[in-house]
Write a protein that binds this ligand. Sequence first.
Ligand code: NAD
Ligand code: FES
Length: 295
Amino acid sequence: MYRIISKQEPAANIFTMVVEAPRVAKNCLPGQFIILRVDEEGERIPLTICDYDRTAGTITIVFQIVGATSLRLSELNVGDELADFVGPLGKPSEFCETPVEELKKKSILFVAGGVGTAPVYPQVKWLKEQGVPSDVIIGAKNKSFVILEEEMKAVAANVYVTTDDGSYGRSGMVTKCIEDLIAEGKHYDVCVAIGPMIMMKFCALTTKKYGIKTVVSMNPIMVDGTGMCGGCRLMVGGEVKFACVDGPEFDGHLVDFDQAMKRSAQYKTAEGRAYLKEQEGNTHHGGCGNCGGDK
Ligand code: NAD
Ligand code: FES
């Protein structure tokens, strides 16, 4: 069992939890995720690792209430235990595989949208530990939804906060901030954008204009997290990929975001899942016969 060590609500309906999970904490790297179950009957939900402490054996997760399971998770308190906390899953960020001397030659911009700020943090922190400070844009609907600003300032070279309604920091969406920074003379070799799919789509379109290599972290529906159920199927550069084992990070200029967003929406209804089963055969949630999707 995985004990909750601390719990906070940094913004309305957005929670931070530190969970005791020594094996995950010992082995995880930035970019990876976990799948948890609140109880034995619970639905599996994937969450990107926001922070880890190898000495304390803890993992920090950040989540937003979007459905019954995340609501149930938010109702747990310090001392309560989770039934499952499986990970680390997925491939680490490609930074972890790149020689530090190569990284030091690059100017890196992170774009963190809303709750997507949480998975950006460990990457920026890890790069800082390697002596590679990076710039970060944090985008939020308004001031009350800005999270991890102080933590990010402690590990980034520069943090630019932008709010859609202009209530804090710069005004406008993250894509406007990217354009403004470039107009102000900033140069970037790599952009890592993590947030809602629509944000990642428009970030990738923006950076493509400037020839900036762009990495996105995809979070489609996931069930088993091991490449078996097909739930997280995506099209990347015309090829079928599975976010849980081939990702979650992909080349943002190759991801078919429109297809991914359409597929996520279809997954929400029984009719949509039946349609996907028809189209994709045994390679999606509902078609494998093991995941319970047919029930
Ligand atoms: P949000 O809707 O508040 O958006 C965050 C920021 O994204 C906005 O402030 C804006 O700057 C930018 N944005 C949104 N739409 C845009 C557009 N059309 N063009 C350019 N920029 C745009 O974010 P939220 O409510 O915190 O997001 C929740 C979503 O984020 C959920 O769908 C969740 O699944 C997803 N999420 C993704 C990841 C990931 O790993 N990719 C991690 C956590 C959460
Ligand atoms: Fe990726 Fe099942 S969650 S294949």
